[in-house]
Design a protein around this ligand. Sequence first.
Ligand code: CS2
Length: 499
Amino acid sequence: ISPDALSACTSAESQSSEVAFNKNVADLWNQSPSYNRKALNTGIVHFGPGRFFRAHLARIIHEHLSNQCQDLRWGICGVSLKSRSAIATLQSQNFLYTSTDRYSGDEIHESARVIGSINQIVDGITEQDYVLALMTSPSLHLVTLTVTQAGYCLDQNFNLDLSHESIVHDLNHPDRPTTAIGFIVEALRRRRERDIAPFTTLSCDNLPRNGTILQRAVLTYADQIDPAFADYLINQAAFPNTVVDRIVPQKHESDDQHPYRLLQVRDRAPIVTEPFWQFVVEDKFTSDRPLWEETGVTMTDDITPFLYMKSRFLNAVHSFIACLAVRAGVEYVHQCLKSPEFYSFIRLLMEDIAAATPVPDYMCEQYIEQVLRRLSNEALPDLIARISAETARKLGKYILPILQDAHAQKLNLEHLMLPIAAWMLALQDGISETGTAFHANDKADVIIMAQAGAALSQILGLEKCECTDTLDRYCDRALREIRTRGLSATLRYYSEEPI
Ligand code: CS2
């Protein structure tokens, strides 16, 4: 049975039985987690309680609580600095929600559970005193973040932007913070004043060396308030780096059918994700932490190889696929992998990435196979539009380091540049090869430059050097090939021809 047929039949079924179902819903919600939620303490404050957090950290903590029923220290208080509507929906469900894992290999595998690790979610902007009091409590050990890159208020070199409007506000009103950085520094300051050890601050965002970036931002901010306090934080506070991974597509209107079918639960805030997850954490905590090893978290002294693998074979490959897809007019990631031309080309591309990446071959091989399976997952349709958002920024963050390494090693850049050329053509034309409109979700100046025929290095704002000349040359050649042959034929040509 296809996923579409499955959704259609469950949709009809769920409408007809909604009335009967609502009668039972409260009991089901209350029974679900195996641990006693009423006795759950708040040991974690999390900034950015969005969908990725609910699919990843909250789920991992839930597994920890389920395995270690006695360790009830680790309930989570989510702090939202943006959206009130998400809070209201979850609040109406007592902060319980379902997480459904879906994977299709030869057949569809799916499982769902009710997640109970979130004690509450509060609006940080209206509940500042409450949040700061919680963050100052001795039983609060961890502050975690998924606030996206924008939430760190950084400049383009990943340093805190002291001229950022919200940072200026928070520095002028340190006890009324509006940013995660403002909250963290004020809470650490109050803890020090009361002689309470600092909590550990854990960034779970997709940033290269996220802990180091967060630490730098916190120290820069603290230094503005009191340089001696910044010195204290250098020595006493910990900001471990992490690598986080789990594909969480945008919300789809049929998402609530899965928990209904699998658990008979009506969920207004369901999460649908893949079975795979990864959480790699640098083991340098200054406070208590959950015994995460027992839940499958990788605790390590060095995240470097994990970071290379995740950012190059998952994030960069995702962006490469999105670049090709916007030119080809393909809507979902798994549909790209179904096309033989795409599949063979992407595999070659991944081999080129492996050649440029300082990680042992055997690690890359296993990882590549796994990523290809994850991205081919038909049971978890993931929109190209989600991945292609801010492509120019992602090229700089995920792909440029690969190109620079490949160039330094004098490797052939043909495969690596082809998707970028496909994206530039889609930008220039505003349309895919199949005639569907392409509305780029990039900064206006990127789109304007591409439409005016600017070179790649200009569009990405790269400083002129030998490397940029080479990139532009490869890009021009790929542009001409795609224009002349069409994308599919060019993919075949680049895959088959020894270059
Ligand atoms: C994606 C990520 O949008 C993107 O750039 O590559 O959101 C990806 O799905 C996650 O990093 C998976 O962990």
